[in-house]
Unconditional design. Structure first.
Length: 568
């Protein structure tokens, strides 16, 4: 007698007696299969049920992790329509045998057709239907994309400098002629179109010893998406240089440029940076969607109490509010959301930025241009004569900008700005290091907020799991601390490109400049003393803020360890 699926899941400790009893009771009303009921109740995932069924039917079982690393050679053997129709996916070739994951490994007709199609013997294993569907989407898309790249570069002819030309220069006529060909244009367009579709913020094109690696930064993390051959590199570089009006003959020095992409639904500003490396020039394209600013303070990830405090301070008539963090931590987004909330017809709001990342209606935005002398400091001096009420300064980089900004805040203006610092207390010491006197810092600062961005768990493949001892030790937690708490992670699916994450949210460390804090600043206290006082006054550290997101099922321990520093 075969064991029932409920008994198997109990033995595997996937469910409890209470959960099984509830599912059996629900099954009487719905008349569904027990596994479907358990999945619907959220007690197990589909893959758990099919692992149990594999044991029940005594057939081999293959996990999603093993399928998603399938070789292209194996996948190409089976046409995509055949794989979809028969709910199967080949994932490996082993000594003349094609290994296949199937939703029904007893489907003799499909296996027989597969043998004729491949001229190979078939080793069929059971896999969850959802896993197979995800694998089909992901693996065949990868093959189609590789095919597109091959088609694009197939007829390209690239020209390099001749021995008689000056070192580092190329034959301009040949390059211009080559770039008019459609293939190189199509290849660069393909990269940019894919990046926009995948929500990428940056495109990295770097030449390696045997290939060109194209990586997208998605949700703050770089992911390799395509690898054109090394021979395509000169054409890609030259095409991007022409788009951004750079010198295509110069290969020895860094260059910066920009161009704009306009489509029916959006306008994207592309910032180009080219850096010479030992293997060749590397390109980084930063994509800024200037269509509109869709964020507001309530969607950034602040909890209710933090949001209440932040809103109170941004509505003050004067003073300075500083957001700190590394590049790419969402500082500008927080400042834009703040201005969006407080703007009114009664106020003249002016910003000085480099670059202007979003266009905000009703706000006067100034783009700095250092090459012609329009620096932060020079722009601020002119803005003072524009009768501003509120001012956003993109970044405080030096003593001159800091001095002007502080004087603005002391003369009845509300000033928003950013500083590159690791946390809230170190932001204050950073201002002191720049050269701002302690009495000015203590007098003008209203609020300092450090922030980071952590990736959200993908809602399509979210599941509970038990963290390892190593994870708990890194987070300074014990098993006792986990009582009544559940940890979640993303299993990986097509929706999230098999990363387990989709989208990002903020974690925040908010330091209010209450009287005890001001007194310490006046006394030129060190960073440790400032931190101790801030915690005493109720500041929640970035690490604790990330822990709260973990407990809420929003992010994972991996993200906490990736973006925050362990406190010893």
């Amino acid at each position: 007698m075969r064991k029932k699926i409920g008994e198997i899941l109990l033995e595997q400790e996937k469910i409890t007696e209470k959960q099984l009893s509830e599912a059996l009771s629900r099954q009487k009303d719905t008349h569904q299969k027990l596994g479907e009921v358990l999945v619907a109740l959220g007690y197990v995932v589909e893959e758990d049920v099919y692992a149990g069924l594999a044991q029940q039917w005594d057939v081999p079982f293959v996990k999603s992790d093993d399928i998603l690393v399938a070789t292209d050679d194996a996948v190409r053997i089976v046409p995509e329509p055949f794989a979809r129709e028969n709910r199967l996916i080949p994932f490996a070739i082993d000594d003349g045998t094609l290994k296949v994951a199937m939703a029904d490994p007893d489907d003799i007709i499909a296996i027989d057709n597969l043998q004729k199609l491949s001229n190979m013997s078939i080793d069929a294993s059971l896999a969850a239907p959802g896993v197979i569907e995800n694998a089909i989407e992901q693996l065949y898309v990868k093959i189609r994309k590789a095919g597109e790249v091959t088609d694009v570069i197939g007829n390209l002819q690239f020209f390099t400098e001749s021995d008689t030309e000056e070192e580092g220069l190329m034959d301009m006529t040949k390059v211009q002629a080559g770039l008019e060909d459609a293939p190189v244009v199509k290849l660069v367009n393909l990269m940019i179109a894919d990046a926009l579709r995948e929500r990428a913020t940056d495109i990295h094109i770097e030449v390696q010893e045997e290939k060109v690696a194209v990586r997208f930064r998605i949700d703050g993390v770089l992911q390799e998406v395509m690898t054109p051959p090394k021979s395509s590199h000169p054409g890609i570089i030259s095409r991007v240089k022409i788009l951004s009006k750079l010198n295509i003959a110069e290969k020895r020095l860094p260059q910066d440029g920009r161009f704009t992409i306009i489509s029916p639904d959006k306008e994207v500003d592309v910032r180009v940076s080219i850096l010479p490396t030992v293997n060749g020039e590397k390109i980084v394209l930063r994509l800024l969607d200037k269509t509109g600013f869709a964020f507001n303070l309530s969607t950034l990830g602040m909890d209710d109490e933090l949001l209440k405090i932040f809103r109170r301070w941004i509505r003050q008539p004067y003073g300075m509010i500083i957001i700190s963090g590394p590049t790419g931590s969402g500082k500008s987004t927080t400042l834009y959301a703040s201005l969006k909330e407080i703007k009114s017809e009664a106020d003249n709001i002016v910003t000085v930025e480099d670059p202007v990342e979003y266009h905000l209606a009703g706000i006067n935005q100034v783009q700095t241009k250092p090459k012609i002398g329009l620096t932060f400091a020079n722009a601020l001096r002119s803005i003072l004569r524009q009768d501003p009420d509120k001012l956003l300064i993109g970044e405080i980089r030096d003593e001159e900008t800091a001095d002007i900004s502080i004087k603005f805040s002391l003369t009845g203006h509300l000033v928003f700005s950013t500083v590159h610092a690791n946390d809230a207390p170190s932001t204050i010491t950073r201002l002191l290091d720049i050269g701002v006197p302690p009495f000015l810092v203590g007098s003008c600062l209203n609020l300092v907020m450090a922030q980071r961005l952590v990736r959200r768990i993908c809602p399509q493949c979210k599941e509970t799991y038990v963290p390892s001892d190593a994870e708990l030790e890194a987070m300074k937690l014990t098993r006792d601390d986990m009582k009544d708490k559940e940890f979640y992670r993303g299993r990986g699916c097509v929706h999230c490109r098999n990363t387990g994450y989709y989208g990002r949210t903020g974690i925040f460390e908010l330091l209010e400049m209450k009287q005890p804090m001001r007194r310490l600043v006046f006394e030129n206290a060190n960073e440790e003393e400032l931190r101790e006082m801030a915690v005493k006054l109720g500041m929640i550290s970035l690490r604790d803020a990330a822990l709260n997101k973990i407990y809420a099922g929003i992010t994972t321990p991996h993200e906490l360890l990736r973006v925050t520093v362990q406190e010893y």
